[in-house]
Unconditional design. Structure first.
Length: 326
């Protein structure tokens, strides 16, 4: 029994799964059994990839011991760049690749500034948040440009698929990218290097781990996932709004922390990020269905984030002191 308890305490994402099940049951009862209806589940899963992909990227970067607060702005700039390029006559797929390159370049700049000048990534990416958001507004002129839907393969990203149209195509992208990230983190040398870099930086460098390159890769991957998620939202909404993604960086960090990612680095997994993102979407949707003032949403997410940090710290401390009877 103690051995099972120790395993549970060392995997805080399990606590998130339990909380998710409890919230689903609560909202199902409070909404007169509407919460788990096909229409409502379709709505939740339809928007989950947009915050979930960002949360995965932020989680991987946090495992490396760094932060990226600019993801919300990259979320807006990437689809804005793609839209303007397509409007200028560039075919969608080249424009798509250029947009992802723009996102990757921002991630690379975040990493280089942080590592070369040895300053906290919190400060670097906070500054980049304002720079990139300003660029997005300037490029758009303050108004959403025309989105040439007829020139974009929207069916590959946001069309409803599956039984009774339960999923959007974006959900398959989310599952595929999440699975690839999970394999990268748990079954490759790069994943081990990411954990070592975030948890034991000096020891990992002494062991020959290319810590700087690992961190640069994580910055770039985080930005690319944010940009791709932004494109999905723009195609779903049918408008390239310069304001999208505002505050998303905090939701992504909250999802990572709720899913068990350590603020100090070295601990976390993709499943936890997915659970955290799903919890945020469930809370948002459930408050609306149960006719609770939507202004309580941020209060709930903030409270859950603080609770998760405190609970995770307690669980790890308890796990370390727990004596397992073999």
């Amino acid at each position: 029994m103690k051995k099972l308890l120790k395993i549970y305490l060392q995997k805080p994402e399990l606590a998130g799964i339990v909380l998710l099940a409890l919230l689903i049951a609560l909202f199902q009862l409070r909404s007169q059994m509407v919460f788990l209806s096909a229409e409502n589940v379709r709505g939740i899963l339809g928007v989950l990839p947009e915050v979930g992909l960002v949360a995965i990227g932020v989680t991987l970067l946090m495992i490396c011991g760094e932060f990226d607060l600019s993801v919300g702005s990259v979320f807006a700039l990437t689809p804005m760049s793609i839209t303007l390029l397509v409007n200028a006559g560039v075919p969608f797929w080249p424009a798509f690749l250029i947009g992802l390159v723009v996102a990757a370049a921002i991630g690379l700049m975040n990493g280089l500034i942080t590592l070369v000048f040895n300053i906290p990534s919190f400060i670097t990416t906070l500054g980049m948040l304002f720079i990139v958001r300003s660029l997005t507004v300037v490029l758009s002129g303050g108004f959403p440009p025309n989105l040439p839907i007829e020139q974009m393969p929207t069916h590959l990203f946001v069309s409803f698929i599956g039984p009774e149209g339960l999923f959007r195509a974006s959900f398959l992208w989310f599952i595929g990218i999440g699975a690839a990230a999970a394999v990268l983190l748990s079954a490759t040398n790069l994943g081990n290097w990411m954990k070592a870099t975030g948890g034991f930086l000096e020891a990992s460098i002494s062991s020959g781990v290319p810590a700087r390159r690992v961190k640069l890769f994580s910055f770039v991957l985080c930005a690319v996932l944010a940009g791709f998620a932004g494109l999905i939202q723009v195609l779903r909404l049918g408008a390239a709004l310069p304001s999208i993604g505002d505050g998303l960086e905090l939701q992504a960090v909250a999802a990572a922390v709720i899913g068990g990612t350590a603020l100090s680095g070295g601990i976390g997994n993709v499943l936890g990020a997915v659970v955290g993102a799903l919890l945020i979407r469930v809370i948002d949707n459930g408050l609306v269905l149960t006719q609770v003032d939507a202004n309580w949403f941020k209060f709930a997410v903030g409270s859950l984030t603080i609770f998760a940090v405190v609970a995770n710290a307690w669980m790890r401390r308890t796990a370390r002191h727990l004596k397992v009877q073999l």
